[in-house]
Design a protein around this ligand. Structure first.
Ligand SMILES: [Fe+2]
Ligand SMILES: [Fe+2]
Length: 274
């Protein structure tokens, strides 16, 4: 059972005057990445081929992620009636591929895979929480609140399974930290940049990673407030196995906040986004 239905959202209250046009391109890109989770479910089913409980959970997770994509896509088509979500998704699928035919995780272990999934859910939960707080458009606000609640649940799902595997695989805190931070920095790889490209730029314009990642990130990061980053650092700490709400976490938060906002300003300069 899904926790909510797309039709339950207050679509009649959509208010074009309250749409921030700078945000629309990022929502379009997020919509196709969310919908593409169907591929990640195939990948996860291959990695966890002999774990029926997790496979069932991964299939259910994908259904929820696809719903995120479809709801965001519907909102983006209200904000930009010229835009076609299904066509954009097809273009993204044709352009960007993840390796699916695997029999083990690209993270080297199942625990590592689940740590990486926790980092993705940390990123999405903070992104939609920040967006829900920042936007004044009522439908997007309601939608982002629903999605953020799902993403926090997804974090818990992968976190619980990670602990199950950690008992068997016994990965050190240092290795866990390396995998977690590695996945965080991957957010600047091709997945989101390609999504921005295929949902916002004409095919006649050649793909340029640096241009597209700056265009996406400058918009996605601009809604964050320090309190969202504080929650991010505590989720990262929890995943790695360090004590949250400690002096070390205060220091990590201080560094993260400085790095995050200077990176956002750099991307904004490149993309010409205020
Ligand atoms: Fe999602
Ligand atoms: Fe999620």
């Amino acid at each position: 059972m899904k926790h909510w239905q797309i039709d339950q959202l207050p679509w009649d209250e959509f208010d074009p005057a309250r749409v921030d046009p700078q945000l629309v391109p990022a929502i379009k890109a997020a919509a196709v990445v969310e919908r593409n989770s169907v591929d990640y479910a195939i990948y996860l089913n291959n990695v966890f081929h002999d774990d029926p409980d997790f496979k069932q959970a991964a299939d259910h997770w994908a259904v929820e992620e696809i719903q995120h994509g479809d709801a965001l896509g519907r909102w983006a088509m209200l904000a930009d009636p010229e835009w076609d979500y299904q066509a954009a998704f097809q273009r993204y699928r044709d352009f960007y591929h993840i390796p699916l035919e695997v029999d083990q995780s690209v993270r080297g272990s199942r625990t590592g895979e689940l740590i990486a999934r926790c980092m993705v859910e940390t990123g999405t939960s903070s992104f939609y929480s920040a967006l829900a707080d920042a936007t004044e458009e009522p439908v997007l606000k309601a939608l982002c609140k629903q999605i953020a609640a799902d993403e926090f649940r997804h974090f818990k799902l992968f976190y619980d399974h990670m602990h199950r595997y950690l008992k068997r695989e016994r990965i050190s805190t240092l290795q866990r930290a390396r995998i977690a931070l590695g996945r965080v920095t991957e957010s600047e790889d091709d997945e989101l940049a390609s999504a921005y490209y295929t949902t916002n730029e004409p095919p006649s314009l050649p793909y340029d990673h640096n241009r597209c990642i700056a265009a996406y990130m400058s918009r996605a990061m601009k809604n964050y407030q320090p309190r969202h980053l504080r929650r991010v650092t505590s989720m990262v700490f929890k995943t790695i196995g360090l004590t949250p709400h400690s002096k070390v976490q205060d220091l990590a938060f201080f560094v993260t906040e400085k790095l995050f906002f200077s990176r956002q300003r750099k991307f904004a300069r490149i993309a010409g986004v205020s």
